[in-house]
Design a protein around this ligand. Structure first.
Ligand code: C2O
Ligand code: CU
Ligand code: CU
Length: 489
């Protein structure tokens, strides 16, 4: 293993004491509840998503220039039901071309919202998106090739919760904003006047852009007041550009009930979980025994955290304070069984493909950082199997309905690998078993030294003019070419 890569990363990614965010230490901010659009009872007309330029105060006292989707920052939480078709009107008025990708959805390539489905400024994209999969937490974000990192960071992202008959009837906390919270976790950088900033150097392209301040639903270290006693459900999305986050509770364990693609077979109780960019987990926290609690985050999670910790880079911060009232919320017990999940069967695979993530094609990253605005994805500084992403090259051709094993590896730092149009099961992660909470349905897998292996069936068509993507979800790596395209026919 190339330890220097980790050390370098840990050192630079660590937060120096006394720097960074220094505003608004006084008044605690109430946790912003992202406006939720509940469509589970039925959909009338088209669903308007207005991508706009806006101003947002993260809690620094200053207005930051942001993008929002129907909001000043981020999009709504859309709550929908299995079996529906979502008639979207995605209106772009951000002043730049973009796309909106439905991350996690099992849908055909022509409505996937990948880099081929550009929406010009002033234009409207109107895909009808069928929801065939069951209960799961998904999200949507910019996938504009070369600009995904900047546009997503600026706010073009939202959450899409799918419910099904089972999840609507399940004995679980499900009152939005009362005992069921959707939390979008992101790291930000703020300048001296408290405005959100984004800038790249050669180093930050290599590591991915890392902020020193964690925000939850667009607010710094907020407080959830009046959390009821009993079990509380937190639906977590790591929407950071590049940081792996290690999450734990100040008091008590985390009980994981669902991963990217839906419920686990039964709850998994752990001290902490590591979430890569792009991952979702749903957890239950027991607020019966404590008057207050906190979701704490080590900003340097994953492998990086281990090495960073050797250099004092293990940076824990409170993401969210939870203050309890005496009122009862969800009164049920911790569930025993959640879903029926067959163990993944390797023998179902008829094809095996291998992917090597490559960070260094010898390009000058510093020059690239300076030219970033004009790069638009053709820089080709990073690659998969030696090939930087090219919009007009199909890298893999998959036969619809087949099950495959994809083996992915990387030689330096850890990467979060994502595949469009499917959910998969992790057979192996970085040369070993995945943690129990990552053994259900996933669309993200951690990749590093040692093979990661996924078992995946491709059921949704993607033609050559609307192919699916596979890529590193460190958004700067993706923009730099660590992405490939495949068809399903
Ligand atoms: Cu969340 Cu191809 O992306
Ligand atoms: Cu995706
Ligand atoms: Cu990467």
């Amino acid at each position: 293993m190339d330890r220097r890569a980790f050390l370098k990363l840990g050192g630079a990614g660590a937060i120096a004491a006394g720097t960074g965010y220094a505003w608004g230490q006084s008044a605690a901010r109430q946790l912003p509840l992202i406006p939720m659009t509940d469509l589970t009872a039925g959909i009338e007309g088209r669903i308007a998503l207005n991508l706009q330029s806006a101003q947002h105060d993260f809690g620094t006292g200053a207005s930051s220039a942001t993008f929002g989707i129907n909001n000043s920052y981020l999009g709504p939480v859309l709550r929908v039901k299995q079996g529906q078709v979502l008639p979207f009107d995605v209106m772009n008025s951000i002043g730049d071309v973009t796309t909106i990708h439905w991350h996690g959805l099992h849908i055909p390539g022509d409505v996937d919202g990948g880099p081929h489905q550009e929406i010009e400024d002033g234009a409207t994209w109107s895909p009808d998106v069928p929801i065939v999969q069951g209960a799961s937490m998904n999200w949507f974000h910019s996938h504009m090739h070369g600009k995904t990192a900047q546009q997503t960071y600026t706010g073009l992202a939202g959450v899409l919760l799918i419910e099904d008959e089972g999840s609507l009837a399940a004995d679980l906390p499900k009152t939005y904003g009362v005992d069921d919270f959707t939390l979008v976790l992101q790291d930000k950088m703020f300048d001296a006047s408290g405005r959100m900033s984004y800038s790249l150097t050669g180093d930050t392209i290599e590591e991915g852009f890392q902020g020193d301040t964690l925000v939850v639903n667009g607010a710094i270290a907020p407080v959830a007041q009046d959390v009821p006693t009993g079990l509380v459900r937190l639906r977590l999305l790591n929407a950071c550009n590049a940081r792996f986050l290690e999450l734990s509770m100040a008091t008590g364990p985390i009980t994981v009930i669902a991963s990217d693609g839906g419920f686990l077979s039964s709850p998994v109780e752990v001290e902490s979980i590591v979430m890569s960019p792009g991952e979702r987990y749903e957890i239950l926290v027991d607020m019966a025994a404590v008057e207050s609690n906190a979701l704490t985050v080590n900003l340097n999670g994953g492998d990086v955290g281990f090495f960073a910790s050797l250099f004092g880079g293990n940076q824990s911060t409170v993401a969210l304070h939870l203050n309890r009232t005496a009122q009862a919320g969800f009164t049920g017990a911790m569930p025993n069984r959640l879903a029926v999940l067959e163990p993944p069967k390797r023998s179902e695979a008829t094809v095996t493909r291998s992917f090597q993530l490559d960070m260094d094609l010898g390009a000058d990253l510093t020059a690239l950082a300076l030219a970033w605005d004009n790069v638009c994805g053709d820089a080709g500084a990073m690659a998969i199997n030696g090939q930087p992403m090219k919009m007009d090259r199909i890298d893999e051709k998959v036969t619809k309905g087949t099950t495959e094993i994809w083996r992915i590896t990387a030689d330096e730092q850890q990467h979060p690998f994502h595949v469009h149009g499917c959910s998969f099961r992790i057979l192996q992660q970085e040369g070993g078993a995945a943690p129990a909470y990552a053994q259900g349905w996933k669309d993200m897998v951690h990749v590093g030294e040692g093979w990661s292996e996924i078992l995946v069936r491709f059921d949704h068509a993607a033609p050559a003019d609307a192919p699916f993507m596979y890529h590193c979800h460190i958004l700067e790596h993706e923009d730099c070419g660590m992405m490939g395209q495949f068809t399903v026919t």
